[in-house]
Design a protein around this ligand. Sequence first.
Ligand code: GLY
Length: 602
Amino acid sequence: MQPTRSSISSVVRVEPRALAAALLLSLVTLAGCGRGVTLTSAAPSEAPAIPAREAASFPDGWRFPAGQLQAAVAPSAMITSDNGIASEAGLEILRRGGNAVDAAVATGFALAVTYPEAGNLGGGGYMVIRMADGRAAALDYREIAPMAATRDMYLDASGKLTDRSVVGHLASGVPGAVAGMAAALEKYGTMRLDEVLAPAIRLAEEGFLVDSVLHRSIRADSALIAKFAGASLFLPGGRPLAVGSRLVQPALARTLRLIASEGSQAFYTGWPADSLAAEMKRGGGIITREDMARYKAEWRDPVRTTYRGYSLISMPPSSSGGVTIAETLNILEPFGDLPRFGTAQYTMLLAAAYQRAFVDRNEKLADPAFAQVPTAELTSKAYGARLQKTITPGRWTPTPEIARTMREGMETTNYNVVDSRGNAVATTTTINSLYGSGAYIPGVGIFMNNEMDDFAAQPGQPNQFGLVQGEANAVQPGKRMLSAMSPTIVLDPADQLLLVVGSRGGPRIITSTSQIILNVIANRMTLADAFSAPRIHHQALPDVLIHERGGLPADVSAALQAMGLSLQVGSDGLPNGIMRTASGLHGVTDPRGNSSRGARGF
Ligand code: GLY
């Protein structure tokens, strides 16, 4: 049902001064740029149980000072994604009475049109759903290895790792995005596939104006794109599409129209599958028509855990995201109140928890259809407490020592939706690197993923993210490669929706998503400050603490080095999230990086 003004005001108490702002926001939102207007206070019974706010304190000179970033605020519904046009597509579906799942699927298909660096039909992803009636589900539409894949397919004759798991046709797994989005819609949506596809079809057929974000993104990856067939569309005359030019994608529009009229199966068994298989053969890839026909998305039980009375619902294997976040939080929980945010003591404990959780992630997690994955043990409080005891505050233990005592893609995109009924969806999807493997299927109008690099192409050797993974995640035909994607929904202690969050950034997906959660729950930051705060990353190997430039004051760096940590400056993930607060739904896209601020609400 379309939420009318009266149905909105029946659940939200609108203060007189806020009413004018509400009307203003409606106008602004209809004009397509609904950001940053605070509307109303929610009724007290609706206010989520979140701890009292404390003013966040970030290092002097930090580029995103506390209190500066403004969340988009709306009373009823909110979408966050890395692309404003795609968020608008989802909002259009919500306005037409769709629920959060309808809107998430519309946003996902629109991202495939407007955000070619990571939105996709040629990749895969994960969706975590929590309906207002309490039902929760996790959908795995990760790519799978083609049936002709072999363990050593990325090694050369002398046994050395090549770049073929990263660039070109051989790097692609069988794409799951279309099957996944259709499965989500069928089980939890209320609208037809052709209805939710309508905005994406329109954007592909009529085109949209290239903005500076898209222009810069194409320019940055022009060498990769130029190698393959996508060059004619994205690099006309050899140059990146100009800002202000209109990008029309007829082949993609035709593919979307086929899916809308004949269903997702047509993508896997009809002419798109033929086209894809033919291009794979031409370009030295191994995905066949049979690989396409056998692809299936899988419904899974979400990972559930708690942290200090808050409940988390997240993604289980084949993603490592939910398990690694749960394990990290379970290691931290026995410490009780954490040291103050940003201190050396806080940073060291966080890094030590990540280090332990990533040792398990890299060694034990894989596609559960192929490996015995100890999810229950790794996410148990008892296991977290055992690992917590291995941490000596103030003294770093090197990863090999940790691993011994325990022995026994980067460029992804996340989007979240909360609808006026309180249904929530967190989705992360990827073609792995920006523009995937670079391979473009001209007849279908899509870039293909290079997700095969998320396997341990050579167990024990680092992949493009420097992740050193084990035998459980070796290449095998029909297997899903391990992911870090971590779409997560957090409930407050009264089991009410609090936070919907996820990220891009390869292994940094796990650390950035969990730091947003910690910043809200443990560090008591507003959502905007939780995103602005400097973040750290540790993935066990290499045994270095990666921190953002300007994110660690000199005295904190010196103290961490004195504890035995090696430090390195690096970039971080790109999360976005929605939080239910006493002043309505707050939506934030990360202030870092190449995102076009896709927080939209009404
Ligand atoms: N390709 C990034 C990930 O799945 O974690």
